[in-house]
Write a protein that binds this ligand. Structure first.
Ligand SMILES: [Zn+2]
Length: 115
């Protein structure tokens, strides 16, 4: 590899330049496409935030299912059911608020889907 400082050609595994002793940092080529696709978040498209919020108030998690966030909706619904008795409904109420808020934000495209 070439020394970034003096342009001397060094062996590929050299850690320092033979000419000027400059450290040879191996810069891994960043695959932009790969990085973008691994970071890429999915967003709901063409969803009605009012309807999504309404559905979540109707049944916890239904707004998520409507948004295409199937698993998030399932997790919300099951958590709300399981935690209802042990927390005297408090956890379920919090999940309801979360579900309502999340359904609206995801439908608006402000937050990404769980994918
Ligand atoms: Zn050099």
């Amino acid at each position: 590899m070439k020394c970034p400082k003096c342009q001397t050609e060094n062996r590929q595994d050299s850690k320092f330049c033979v000419n000027c002793a400059e450290p040879l940092v191996i810069v891994a080529p960043v695959d932009e496409g790969f990085r973008r696709s691994s970071l890429k978040k999915k967003y709901a498209q063409g969803k009605n935030p009012l309807l999504a919020g309404f559905l979540s108030l109707l049944i916890i998690g239904l707004g998520q299912v409507y948004n295409g966030d199937f698993w998030k909706g399932i997790v919300m619904f099951i958590s709300a059911v399981i935690l209802f008795a042990p927390t005297s409904g408090i956890a379920s109420l919090l999940i309801l608020v979360w579900s309502y808020r999340d359904a609206r934000e995801v439908a608006k495209g402000n937050e990404s889907l769980w994918k």
